[in-house]
Each structure stands twice: as C-alpha cells, then as structure tokens.
Design a protein around this ligand. Sequence first.
Ligand SMILES: C/C(=C\COP(=O)(O)O)CCC[C@H](C)CCC[C@H](C)CCCC(C)C
Ligand code: CDP
Length: 318
Amino acid sequence: MMMPAMASSRQGSSLACPLALAGCCSPARNAFLIKASSASFDLSSNLTTNSPALWKPSQLASVASHLTPSGLLFHDHTSHDLLCTLAVFASSFVWIRFFDFLVQKNVLEQKLSRKLVHISTGILYALLWPVFSISPWSRYFALAIPFANAVRLLVYGLGIIKDEAVVKSISRSGSSRELLGGPFYYVVALSLCTVFFWRDSPVGIVALAVMCGGDGIADIIGRRLGSIKLPYNPSKSWVGSISMFFFSFAFSVSLLYYYSSLGFYQLNWSSAVQIVALISFSATIVESLPISSHLDDNMSVPLISVLMGSALFPGVLL
Ligand SMILES: C/C(=C\COP(=O)(O)O)CCC[C@H](C)CCC[C@H](C)CCCC(C)C
Ligand SMILES: Nc1ccn([C@@H]2O[C@H](COP(=O)(O)OP(=O)(O)O)[C@@H](O)[C@H]2O)c(=O)n1
C-alpha cells in the first residue's frame, strides 16, 4: 500500500501530463528540468530518463504562456479543477449529441451508437483524470462529471424533461425508461471508481477498461459475428466472450501503460500483465452468465474486477 504522502509525491509526477508539464516551462526559463519523484524530464533537449517526452519544446512554450508556473490554468487548484470539471462535462454533453446527430443522419444505428457511447465516454473520462490538479479534492471535482450525468439520466429517464435526441443516442429501444438501467449503472460505476481508486491505484482504471472497452466490444462483435451461442447462455456467443477477454486485456494494459508513463505508479509489468489477464478472464465469465436480468453487466463486471484487482494489485506496485 502507498502511504498518503508517498501517493501525493507520486501524484506530483503528474507533472508529466501535458498541461502540468507545460506549466513548468515559464517563458523566462530556457532550461526545463523537472524532478518529480523518481522521474526526471529535461525538456530543453526533449529527453527523459523514465518517460517519453510528450510535447515538443515549441508546443510547450506556446501552451506555457497561458499557464501559471505551477502548471495550472489558475493559481489555485480549486479554480483549475472547477474549469476542468466544466470543460469535461461540456465535452460529455457535446460527445453524446454528436452520436445523436450520427443516428439522426442514419450514419449509425441506435444500438451501435449506444455501444460506441458506452466504450468511448468512460475511456475518455479515465484518460482525462491527469488534467486535474494534485489537490486531494480533485477527485471530487472529477466525480461531479458522472454525478451530473447520473442526474441527467434520472431527469430524462423519469420523463421530468423530455429530450428524444438524448434518449435515442443512449437507449436501444428509444424508451426513456431504459436510461435508468444500464446507462445509470454505468455512471454509478464510473463514480465509485473515481472516489475509491482515482489515479493512485491501477484497480479502478482496470475495472473501467473492462466495463467500457471489453464489455462494449463484446456486444459490437458478438451481435455481428456471434452465431455460435454459449451452451449455458443462448443470448451470448463464443466470439462475443472471446472479444470481451481480448479487448478487456488490451484496454487495461494500454491505460496502465498511460498512467505508469505519467508516473502515477510503477508496476512490476510481468506480474501486472498476468493479473490483468486473470481479471479480464474472470470478468468475461461473469459477463457471460445468464444473470443480467438480476444484476446488470455494468455492475457485475466492475464489481468482480474491483474485487480481484484489490486483492492482487497491491503486490505488484513497486
Ligand atoms: C450508453 C451507456 C451505457 C449503457 O450501457 P449498456 O446498458 O449498453 O451496457 C453509456 C452512458 C454514458 C453516460 C450517459 C455519460 C457518461 C459521461 C462521462 C462521465 C464523461 C465523459 C467525458 C468525455 C470527455 C466524453
Ligand atoms: N459475451 C457476449 C456479449 C454480448 N453478445 C452480443 O451482444 C448482445 C447484447 O449483449 P448484452 O445483453 O450484454 O447487452 P447490454 O445489456 O450490455 O447492452 C447479445 O444479445 C449478443 O448478441 C455476445 O454475443 N456475446
């Protein structure tokens, strides 16, 4: 287990995120040397000892002119986090509207739109966590985004406000009541992973990767190619479940690589990869069981991933 002080020093290495990294390069400085935890970045030569340099010095200088020396958009963490929250929430609104537009123009069918929203929103949300500040409160600002979406789903799902466009892009059948099922559980899972794991632990990230990436792709591939059904569940197929396993694994490893490259934690990769494979396999088995009428996949899949991750990941954090 990481001690809080250690966790915050590791969070300090979120300086590797483009915003924060750029902020360390005030135009007045011509040699940019940042030491954060065990990672050090020499931006003047675009070299790094532990992580890839993310931006070129010219790009950094242009962004830096808009940032404070501490890498924030404002001098205090609260204003920075508030702006990030508003920007990500507005992006989620525009993103869902964009899929609705594609459905209306008959570019995407409704079911495919829902699954692409399912895959993309959670993954983009997890990719954007590093833009929040190192304040211990930043997770609660990030939490406000799925929370506000949960409120939107309740408002539309209960018919308090009617918006056919939103309902069409998120539901399968076009019924507003559907928003209170899978989509609502989905934002609850995002919220719980944000509060309990945030950027300090690989557990929440892997649970989100499996729920968003793995489960989402199982549907897209299974619906199209899944003619051979599972013997114990005629509504799921072999190809859907095999896709779930591979994409859960691929999304998880990619997100873990992203977070460890940014310096949030260091992993023993050979063990971590085995754990991710085990979690992906277990979540695939759970998703394939004929229990979804009792327990939604957006609850059962992150639940098994979190239980296994919490038991197995602490041993592989360096
Ligand atoms: C359609 C969704 C889930 C349905 O799952 P299933 O029943 O088919 O298994 C996803 C619902 C998404 C939600 C309304 C919006 C979530 C937004 C997210 C917190 C932030 C995304 C930000 C980003 C920049 C787009
Ligand atoms: N393991 C899986 C999962 C889904 N699928 C396909 O995807 C469809 C929807 O899956 P699901 O019932 O899990 O859907 P959601 O409730 O997650 O939207 C199924 O009817 C199958 O055609 C599959 O073939 N194999």
